[in-house]
Design a protein around this ligand. Structure first.
Ligand code: ADP
Ligand code: MG
Length: 560
């Protein structure tokens, strides 16, 4: 534990000020939870309905206190939630640390060790809390020096919610300056929808005739230092790129800036606001079954749930963002979400929006946009392909975004449209080959004839290709044809001579074919003469309607 904490605080050390972002974000989460529970139990507000976060600086004691009047913690919640790091994933987390600061920082974000970031600047943290609805005497005090141990005692606390008191280390006293704290809040937490408040400071002139100089003195009055409106509720033109980026980093726990985003207020029969981001990097669990949706659902600005499935099709599960619905009931449950017509409309709207965003990126003449699309495709191309099978209505839009290597280039850059533009006269199909790797694809005997004739073949090496391509029979009217299936008919591209030669060969080699057929009878459905080979004596193909060996292997692995 001590070692892990050391790692965490040190890998975040290059950016120590994020501790404030993390603690404010926790305070805001706590208020969201109160709002949510308060929907069904108004008594939890205890006649103190104005939720806020307050930051108090105490130069004499070298403490900075972040207080909220949110849901609060019971003693056992404090023990369970504050005393553990990276929760269940600790071991997994340790094994993934690379020593590379940027990488590790991102991991730390994903595993959510936000509270512990307080130890970047503090050598001791005291948490005082009382859960909403509990009597004052049921408060808790939790103290830790950041080495994994902590002490807990019961205290009396009049006000609901949590105070996080950081006892600053000597090298972190700069955070006792109000201007510094305001600057950080402005940078990271301006979009938090709650008011973040500090004691108002006023300038006090020195007394006439005295040697002393004027100074700032603290008053009893609270002053709100952020805009206190949820970012997505604001007008697009009032939000800077930096604000969009910071907002993304904060809610997604990603340390890298997003590639692109789309922010819209959708009106019509279903009204909602969507703010959707495309990350620059795939999470480590993108392909595991537990991979959760990255969408947070709000209803009229009240936070309802994280990881709201159903609001985004599964093949776009890498998208992170916020949906704020004007129509769903506040007490909407996951079950209800599954059946809601509004949810379906939102999901379809989201898919359209994301595909549109990607299309704009892909089509752009701008080098920066093109690079972004390449990054996107490298990270998420394989997931996007799942959409061919999953989202029938958008199949063509998805197909347009796909890129492959080919017999002309190892780079995964050839689109179906590029391919079509490069087709030979008389060619009437898009040829492709799926394989385990690019090397295997390039050396496949199936390609011999195509190479000889200079016909480009798309080379597909993602595991999902075989399955996904089953759902795509043509692109823009041109059929797709696997070169590893059935008898490849090159149609007009084949000359008469070749056809003749094949027919004669089939005749003269009849006894050989029969012999091969009978000795391979349990292994091969048919043995036949082919014109598809140039150098190799033989190759294996599957029937037009059969599953390829690749796909059979994949389905077996998936337990089907
Ligand atoms: P995360 O926010 O990702 O859950 P953190 O390490 O930031 O992880 O916080 C750990 C947990 O501690 C939170 O999930 C919450 O249960 C609890 N917690 C932290 N700060 C507060 C707070 N101000 N009020 C109530 N609970 C809190
Ligand atoms: Mg947190």
């Amino acid at each position: 534990m001590a070692q892990l904490l050391h790692l965490v605080t040190h890998s975040l050390y290059s950016n120590p000020e994020i501790f404030l972002r993390e603690l404010i974000s926790n305070a805001s989460d706590a208020c969201d939870k109160l709002r949510f529970e308060g929907i069904n139990n108004g008594a939890l507000y205890e006649n103190d309905p104005d939720l806020h976060v307050r930051i108090t600086l105490d130069k004499d004691h070298k403490t900075i206190t972040i207080s909220d009047n949110g849901i609060g913690l019971t003693e056992s919640e404090a023990i369970d939630n504050l005393g553990t790091i990276a929760k269940s994933g600790t071991k997994d987390f340790m094994s993934k640390l690379t020593g590379d600061q940027k990488n590790d920082a991102q991991l730390i974000g994903q595993f959510g060790v936000g509270f512990y970031s307080g130890f970047i600047v503090a050598d001791k943290i005291t948490v005082e809390s009382r859960r909403a609805g509990e009597p004052a005497s049921n408060g808790v005090r939790w103290i830790s020096g950041g080495t994994g141990d902590f002490d807990v005692e019961q205290i009396s606390k009049e006000t609901r919610g949590t105070d996080i008191i950081l006892h600053l280390r000597d090298d972190a006293v700069e955070y006792l300056e109000a201007w510094k704290v305001k600057q950080i809040v402005n940078k990271y937490s301006d979009h938090i929808s709650l008011p973040i408040q500090m004691r108002k400071e006023v300038w006090q002139e020195a007394e006439e005739g005295s040697d002393e100089q004027g100074k700032m003195v603290m008053t009893d009055e609270w002053e709100t230092i952020n805009s206190a409106s949820a970012l997505w509720t604001r007008n697009k033109k009032d939000i800077s790129e930096e604000q969009y980026t910071e907002f993304y980093k904060q809610f997604s726990h990603d340390f890298e800036a997003p590639l692109a985003w789309s922010h819209n207020r959708v009106e019509g029969s279903t009204e909602y606001t969507q703010l959707l981001y495309i990350p620059a990097k795939a999470p480590h669990d993108l392909f595991t079954r537990e991979q959760k949706s990255g969408i947070k659902l709000y209803v009229k600005r009240v936070f309802i749930m994280d990881e709201a499935e159903n609001l985004m099709p599964s093949y776009l599960r890498f998208v992170k963002g916020i949906i704020d619905s004007a129509d769903l009931p506040l007490n909407v449950s996951r079950e209800l979400l599954q059946e809601s017509k509004d949810v379906r409309t939102i999901r379809e709207g989201n898919a359209r929006r994301v595909l549109g965003l990607l299309d704009t990126m892909a089509k752009s003449e701008d080098k920066e946009q093109q690079d972004k699309f390449a990054t996107f495709y490298k990270e998420f191309g394989a997931v996007l392909k799942e959409g061919l099978g999953e989202d029938f209505g958008n199949k063509d839009k998805i197909a347009k975004l796909l890129r492959f290597a080919s017999t002309n280039t190892d780079d995964v850059t050839v689109s179906f449209a590029d391919y079509k533009a490069n087709m030979k006269d008389g060619q009437d199909a898009i040829y492709y080959l799926t394989a385990e790797s690019l090397a295997a694809a390039k050396n496949s005997p199936q390609l011999e004839l195509f190479k000889k004739k200079g016909i480009e073949v798309l080379l597909m090496t993602d595991r999902v290709d075989e399955w996904a391509l089953n759902f795509l029979t043509d692109f823009d009217g041109t059929p797709l044809q696997s070169v590893a299936k059935g008898a490849v008919d090159l149609g007009k591209l084949q000359d008469e001579e070749e056809k003749k030669a094949a027919e004669t060969a089939a005749e003269t080699l009849k006894p050989t074919l029969e012999k091969l057929s009978s000795s391979l009878k349990d292994k091969a459905k048919e043995v036949r003469v082919t014109t598809r080979l140039v150098d190799s004596p033989a190759c294996l193909v599957v029937g037009d309607q059969d599953l390829s060996p690749q796909l059979v292997r994949m389905l077996k692995q998936a337990g089907q």
